[in-house]
Design a protein around this ligand. Structure first.
Ligand SMILES: [Zn+2]
Ligand SMILES: [Zn+2]
Length: 130
């Protein structure tokens, strides 16, 4: 009985949510019933900060090319956002994630925001009362 339940949960977890959020930013997956939000990720060069083409490799977001075409660095960081502008949409990878998945990381996540000269960290906060 327990094994059956575990197998069921594993299977449940593997839903790719391919039919979910086709036209919306968030909502329930029609295949597994999970509440999902779209999160966007942009890969940037850690050295010169240009946006780099991204791809998903074994579930990880990685740059499509090994080295930055602008400065030759292989270091990168991933910027996460739940809203995206038109220009960034060309570079972004989006994932459909459950709210629980994103909630943990969201509390700790720090987003890079570009100022004219300085790069600052800002904590993303979704709570209305702060
Ligand atoms: Zn699903
Ligand atoms: Zn670079």
């Amino acid at each position: 009985m327990t094994n059956i339940l575990i197998n069921f949960l594993k299977k449940y977890k593997k839903c790719s949510h391919k039919n979910a959020l086709l036209n919306t930013q968030e909502g329930y997956c029609p295949d597994c019933g999970e509440y999902l939000v779209k999160n966007y990720y942009i890969v940037r060069c850690a050295c010169c900060k240009v946006k780099r083409e991204a791809k998903i490799y074994w579930g990880e977001i990685v740059p499509a090319d090994k080295f930055c075409t602008n400065c030759g660095s292989s270091e990168y960081y991933i910027e996460k956002t739940d809203k995206i502008n038109f220009i960034d949409a060309n570079w972004a990878i989006y994932l459909k994630e459950t709210v629980n998945e994103t909630k943990d990381s969201r509390e700790h996540i720090q987003i890079w925001v570009e100022n004219t000269e300085n790069i600052k960290y800002i904590s993303e906060c979704k709570k209305k009362d702060c």
